[in-house]
Design a protein. Structure first.
Length: 99
């Protein structure tokens, strides 16, 4: 499956990567590496993660990046053969993102 990114996902990934590099100097590439590994896994196992909610008739799923403590929220379109990453969101926040 192909991976597509919403603008919001691109912005959230950039912000988290910038924060991680500035705050986690012992492992500045950890977030980026973990995200990349997860995206590759999604291509072959798109059903991984848990169903978070239904939006516009589509299931929104999320998968945890355990080392960087963030969730990747995504939708699957099997007919079009793509996965749309919606946002990457800090798992420690008291609420999930508005989708």
């Amino acid at each position: 499956m192909r991976i597509r990114y919403t603008r919001r996902a691109e912005l959230s990934i950039g912000r988290l990567d910038d924060w991680w590099r500035a705050q986690r100097r012992a492992a500045p590439d950890l977030f980026w590496t973990e995200l990349g590994e997860t995206v590759e896994l999604l291509k072959s196992s798109p059903e991984m993660g848990a169903v978070y909610k239904t939006r516009k008739g589509n299931q929104v799923r999320r998968v945890l990046l355990p080392k960087s403590d963030s969730h990747v929220y995504f939708e699957i379109d099997r007919d079009a053969d793509w996965i749309m990453l919606l946002v990457v969101w800090g798992a420690r926040r008291e609420r999930g993102p508005k989708l």
